[in-house]
Design a protein around this ligand. Structure first.
Ligand SMILES: NC(=O)c1ccc[n+]([C@@H]2O[C@H](COP(=O)([O-])OP(=O)(O)OC[C@H]3O[C@@H](n4cnc5c(N)ncnc54)[C@H](OP(=O)(O)O)[C@@H]3O)[C@@H](O)[C@H]2O)c1
Length: 457
């Protein structure tokens, strides 16, 4: 390497002298400047090329810890696996199958050992247990203890994000028990708040309440743990007619988002795929002395729905309007998710027109208040909603088979000139504008890229 041959005083590992001299002679023969590592013909050859002073590369130090992860094709887990394996951690990852882009990425990662199988057991689907998303115990559906025990073999750390497929509490409990038996040193559980636990007048969101139940169980068993709550994912938005985060494409090329949140109350936003991984890695690196037993809300931006539409509009280059209104169910959704949406609509309609009465998203005012600063202290390079809307949203939409981003957008551009920021329309105005035909269609929830997983918002 150049630093060895030039005699420049950069400490490197001692070189074999005979080999070094031989190398110098060769370089002097072929290069105008003896420090150069480029060929004679290289246009990069220059006396002052800083590359010529680089010390010899060493193999990267590998952290000797193994991390257990479940639902490895999910946005949270995949984000974490990318970051952790890139710096040398080894991951034991549960995947239900090897199909799809993310499962392929995870299973072909040399730092990942994949365990294929469901976290729940169901020997035979019956009319009673066909829908495994129903909240609570389901007849004929159990927990896959064998796979869960195997997952924690030789593991020191765990990042666990359960979902509502199967009995979430029983699966969460089995995972924590297995981690304890395996002597896991730091267990990060991706939880969510049960609003009723903060204020009995607030309704529980059933899918979040089961995560809260798992969190309480982990606390009782004294597993060394940290609990993260994640904000609203930027990429929940889609122009497909999924409930709650549908960016509905209008005939003039603009978008419209309708949801029950008060238009002027801040909500937490996170780019799950981009930012969960580095934040979780930092929590592991900081360790238990800093985070044992703590709740960490992860969201880098606090934006009202109106502000969210403004930044989204800037990113996507089209007007985006917010309408406060009920959650529209234009597609068939699983029972568990329908119940969640019904409760969510109730919870976020509690304040009616008074923004001060809308419950905090994370249940606890203090968590909502402190989350952007705390998130930034873990990871300083987040992708905001505007950047997401500019760089990623059109690509994801295209991957879902949509073509609006390829079409002539003169109309949309004109509209955007006029609307420098997103407006809020009243529900009444919107209803007048709606094309009645739009309402009739019942889509089955299937998108090419997002597939069924978008139920999980
Ligand atoms: N979206 C949000 O804004 C938000 C915010 C906070 C918390 N959360 C919570 O995050 C959790 C979801 O995690 P995520 O966002 O990382 O996942 P995700 O990207 O939504 O992916 C869903 C995961 O569930 C698996 N899955 C799909 N269908 C399944 C089935 N029938 N049985 C078993 N597993 C199935 C998927 O596996 P395949 O790839 O094999 O289908 C995938 O691993 C949910 O509990 C949700 O409540 C979401």
């Amino acid at each position: 390497m150049p630093s060895q041959v030039s005699g420049v005083a950069i400490p490197t590992r001692p070189a074999n002298r005979r080999h070094r001299d031989q190398h110098v002679t060769e370089l002097n023969r072929t290069h105008k400047h003896s420090r150069s590592s480029y060929s004679d013909t290289s246009p990069l050859v220059s006396r002052n090329n800083s590359l010529t002073f680089r010390p010899k590369k060493r193999p990267m130090q590998s952290p000797d810890k193994v991390i257990a992860v479940i639902n490895a094709s999910g946005r949270q887990a995949a984000s974490f696996i990318r970051v952790a394996t890139a710096v040398g951690y080894h991951v034991r990852a549960q995947l239900r199958n090897l199909e799809g882009v993310v499962a392929t990425e995870v299973s072909s990662n040399p730092n990942v050992t994949v365990l294929v199988g469901e976290l729940y057991t169901r020997h035979k689907p019956t009319p009673d247990n066909r829908d495994v998303t129903r909240n609570g115990p389901i007849s004929g559906v159990g927990v896959n203890h064998d796979l869960i025990s195997d997952l924690f073999r030789g593991v020191q750390l765990a990042f666990i994000n359960t979902t509502f497929y199967g009995d979430e509490f029983q699966i969460g409990k089995a995972l924590a028990d297995a981690a304890k038996r395996a002597g896991v040193q730091h267990y990060i559980y991706s939880s969510m708040p049960d609003h009723a636990a903060y204020n009995p007048e607030w309704p529980s969101l059933p899918l979040w309440a089961s995560k809260h139940q798992v969190e309480e169980y982990i606390r009782r068993m004294d597993l060394p743990a940290t609990f993260v709550y994640t904000g609203i994912y930027n990429n929940n938005f889609t122009s497909l007619r999924y409930p709650l985060f549908c960016m509905e494409l209008q005939s003039d090329g603009s978008f419209l988002w309708q949801a029950p949140f008060h238009e002027n109350v801040k909500l937490p936003w996170i780019d799950a795929e981009h930012d969960i991984g580095p934040a979780i890695l930092q929590i592991f690196k900081d360790g238990l002395s800093k985070w044992r037993g703590r709740r960490i809300a992860l969201a880098w931006e606090m934006l009202t729905p109106r502000e969210a539409c403004e930044v989204f509009a800037r990113g996507v280059g089209r007007p985006v309007k917010y309408v406060r209104g009920p959650i529209e169910l234009n597609v068939k959704i699983p029972t568990g998710y329908r119940e969640q949406l019904e409760a969510l609509e109730k919870l976020f309609s509690l304040g009616h027109d008074d923004p001060k009465k809308q419950p905090p998203y994370f249940g606890d005012v203090e968590l909502d208040r402190s989350c952007p600063e705390q998130s930034m202290s873990l990871w300083e390079g987040p992708r905001g909603l505007e950047e997401y809307a500019r760089e990623v949203f059109p690509l994801e939409e295209q991957a879902n088979g949509l073509t609006w981003m390829l079409e002539d957008d003169d109309d949309a551009a004109d509209g955007y000139e006029e609307a420098t920021h997103a407006e809020t329309m009243s529900q009444a105005t919107r209803e007048e504008e709606e094309d009645e035909d739009d309402q009739d269609e019942m889509l089955v929830m299937k998108g090419r890229k997002r597939d069924e997983e978008e139920w999980l918002a």
